[in-house]
Design a protein around this ligand. Sequence first.
Ligand code: TRP
Length: 364
Amino acid sequence: MKQIILTGDRPTGRLHIGHYVGSLRERVRLQNETEYDDLYVMIADAQALTDNSGNPQRVRDNIVEVMLDYLAVGLVPEKTTFFIQSYITALPEITAYYMNLVSLPRLLRNPTVKSEIKMRGFDNNNVGIPVGFANYPISQAADITAFKANLIPVGDDQEPMLEQTREIVRSFNRTYHADVLVECKSVLAADVCTRLPGTDGNAKMSKSLGNCIYISDEPSEIKKKVNSIKTFPRAIEEPGIIEGNVLFVYLKAFCKPDSFSKYYPEFENLEELTEAYRKGGIGDGTIKKFLNSVIQDELTPIREKRKEWEQRIPEVLEMLRRGTEKANMTANTTLLEIKHAMGIDYYEDPSFLSEQELKYSKNK
Ligand code: TRP
């Protein structure tokens, strides 16, 4: 079976360390260390518009920002096809056919959609839930299946989308007696922790909550944000609490084997530090200082590479254009297969003409 990897992000802001730990880092690993036939990374501008319809400027402003973040973390056009969702003309058409295969209650039962509806207040104001927003899992199924992608590196919050996609794949193949569409599965980041809380302790790191460390943040901003992380107040000699401690969640996500020898030689590894912290005697200021060094270590080369690409915007846009052209060809091919399976490819199917002629030849 072909190995086709596809993933994407909504261009609503720069990408933050939550994206990095949850998905970007895994993509780079897949790109550099695994065998695959194609790796697509999509800028999901159409999906971003499903809850930003009044603010297309926000989407426009972030196409290049997100693309720069991709290049900064080490995705490269030689190995990854970057493209813009709204330019893939087959996607809304495929979405329209899938919409007939999903019931309205099933759509609204999607737990990710449900929590997003709450978060955006669509359920308790008189604006209501935009149809396009409620429909985005179906459009995401089109994104994935148009490329016959089977491996989807995303954060665990996207699992319900993939479940819905698999249901659509099965329903399509069953309904149209075809095996055109391919079932996908998620590739979760190998790390123990895939979901980073915000710097304020909120379970989700998100732009709207203002609790993000961006992968492009300047060193001074990173330091300020690390220092602002709320911790449990205690006297230094009191035992430290690990559970729910944002500092330790971040350390787990960012510590490398050499972090300790470089910045905290009193300890060998995170287990030792955790143990000592639990016993008491280590202040949160010390941990923050260490965490800051560890995060700076990881983000410095990323920020520097981003700055280089910021000086080469025409190339960046050209990369995206070329990727979009390739993606369009692939999606158009799948669209034809879909239409063929449904028997609505009238002009591409030579038997349509003869079938119609035959039907009326009896009346001669
Ligand atoms: N829903 C994803 C997000 O919010 C973005 C996305 C759109 C996506 N289409 C996709 C991810 C297809 C993976 C596959 O981050």
